[in-house]
Ligand binder design. Structure first.
Ligand code: TRP
Ligand code: ZN
Length: 474
């Protein structure tokens, strides 16, 4: 297949390219296919200047698709894998980086040709042979072979992500940067892509991932599970769960496929709440607008396997039987966070404020608790005033109370300011305007002001950016 990429790049040399793949890259710089090609270009940037993780992500290209082929042996805790990354260059590239933490890189090609591999910290640099780097606008394919024992990463707030070993297998969690522990990629949330994730595990175990199951094949004593995610996904939302699972495929009342995978140890305890997923999704559709992905579901691990829930795309992970509130929270993230994704990690409150406010809306609709009461409780909670939600002081604060509680308070203040009709129009409009894309806090405040026709500067100053708790909640 790599020949065809070559042929496209060097059309007049098609025959030569088929006979000898190197022929066109060794030809003179500049005129290989009648259009000027860069002699060498420049290296892509090693990061995209995220305020909290400046080295996360990489410049010079946009990934459009990841095809990950993973083979995992839980007993040996060994992963053997290939990542095939399709990307479009946004500059002439003499070299480019991928984010990868640990693992041994055993091979790397760019458009079928061996690239020079170098590593420094979590940066993997691939240098195509001289003159063979991707040119601006060109789609190119990178294949990286790697193996080893994937790492569990402990974050500044002490939470664990990356590759976690579980009682009977493993679980991959990636917020904010743990995905680099199990595949090389552009791991900043601003570069979303579609995914095919195929995982081979010992027969008897199952491998669950995002999207829809395309095939399940047993050969000898190994079973391969192929999962497909057609809609854009940020790397931090990719997951793999390996172990014994009770799986169930059903549909919501409106026909959306729902796939759940539950650790048998917690199957009884979670049966009732898990059965509520289709109705929660339908409620989400009524409240937030069309569901953004081709399927929904959940992965439920046994207590102790994971330290927290995560809104992994289409199938959020739960660290044990979930409460309705937690289900609502993680399912609401499918619209807010997964479809409308933060431009940088500073915009985290757009994820957690919306997901928390979704719980308040659910309480209003089903628990007879007006959002006013949840707001008043959040207002009185000192922890929510530690810092302004739009400006977490450090990466350790991304999951801090203000991001959740005060983030939700911001939305409640918007609702008070514009009224219910305009507010729910704004919520649905926000989800549809930035569907499958990225958005920032500035995008949000500008959108609300435009839609409502109101100048809300005082509201933002107090609730979003204010360092101090206001004297009254009005
Ligand atoms: N983003 C997750 C949620 O709100 C929670 C989460 C992920 C988390 N990583 C964390 C919470 C680390 C505390 C610490 O659904
Ligand atoms: Zn959340």
């Amino acid at each position: 297949m790599d020949q065809w990429t070559r042929v496209r790049r060097c059309a007049p040399a098609a025959v030569a390219a088929l006979l000898a793949l190197t022929s066109c890259t060794t030809s003179a710089n500049g005129e290989a296919n009648g259009r000027a090609t860069a002699a060498s270009g420049t290296p892509g940037a090693p990061g995209v200047h995220d305020p909290y993780f400046p080295e996360l992500g990489n410049g010079g290209y946009d990934v459009t698709h990841y095809a990950l082929t993973l083979d995992y042996d839980p007993k040996a805790h060994r992963l053997e894998a290939t990542a095939e990354i399709t990307a479009r260059a946004t500059q002439d590239l003499s070299a480019f980086n991928l984010d990868l933490h640990g693992m041994n890189v055993t091979s790397a090609t760019v458009d079928g040709q061996k690239a020079v591999v170098s590593r420094a910290g979590d940066e993997l640099t691939l240098t195509p042979r001289s003159g063979a780097g991707p040119t601006d606008g060109e789609t190119f394919r990178t294949v990286v072979g790697y193996s080893g024992r994937p790492a569990t990463i402990t974050d500044a707030d002490e939470s664990e992500e990356g590759w976690l070993r579980t009682a009977d297998g493993a679980l991959a969690l990636g917020e904010p940067l743990g995905s680099m522990a199990w595949f090389p990629g552009n791991h900043h949330p601003s570069d979303k892509a579609s995914y095919d994730i195929t995982v081979t595990v010992p027969k008897g175990l199952r491998a669950i991932s995002n999207g829809e199951l395309r095939s399940e094949r047993t050969r000898g004593d190994r079973t391969a599970f192929a999962w497909h995610s057609g809609e854009p996904m940020a790397g931090y939302l990719a997951t793999v769960a390996i172990g014994k699972f009770e799986t169930r495929a059903t549909r919501t009342p409106s026909g959306l496929p729902v796939f759940t995978a539950v650790d048998p140890a917690v199957a009884k305890g979670s049966a009732e709440s898990i059965a509520g997923i289709p109705d929660i999704v339908e409620w989400g559709i009524k409240t937030f607008g069309p569901y953004p992905f081709s399927s929904a579901g959940a992965i439920v691990e046994r207590d102790g396997d994971a330290g927290y829930a995560l809104e992994t795309q289409t199938k959020p992970v739960f660290p044990g039987p979930p409460s309705d509130g937690l289900l609502v929270h993680e399912l609401a993230h499918q619209w807010f966070g997964n479809s409308v994704t933060p431009k940088s990690w500073r915009d985290m409150w757009l994820n957690e404020g919306f997901a928390t406010y979704a719980q308040w809306l659910w309480d209003e609709d089903f628990a007879n608790i007006p959002a006013d009461r949840n707001f008043a409780e959040a207002f009185d909670n000192k922890a929510n005033w530690a810092f302004p939600p739009a400006e977490p002081p450090s990466g350790a604060d991304l999951f801090g109370d203000p991001v959740y509680g005060r983030g939700a308070m911001v939305l409640h203040k918007v609702r008070e300011a514009v009224g219910d009709d305009a507010f729910f129009g704004i919520v649905r409009g926000w989800a549809s305007t930035h569907r499958h894309s990225n958005a920032s806090t500035d995008d949000f405040t500008a959108y609300v002001e435009k839609k409502s026709g109101k100048d809300l500067k005082a509201l933002w100053d107090t609730w979003l950016y204010g360092k101090k708790k206001p004297a009254t909640s009005r």
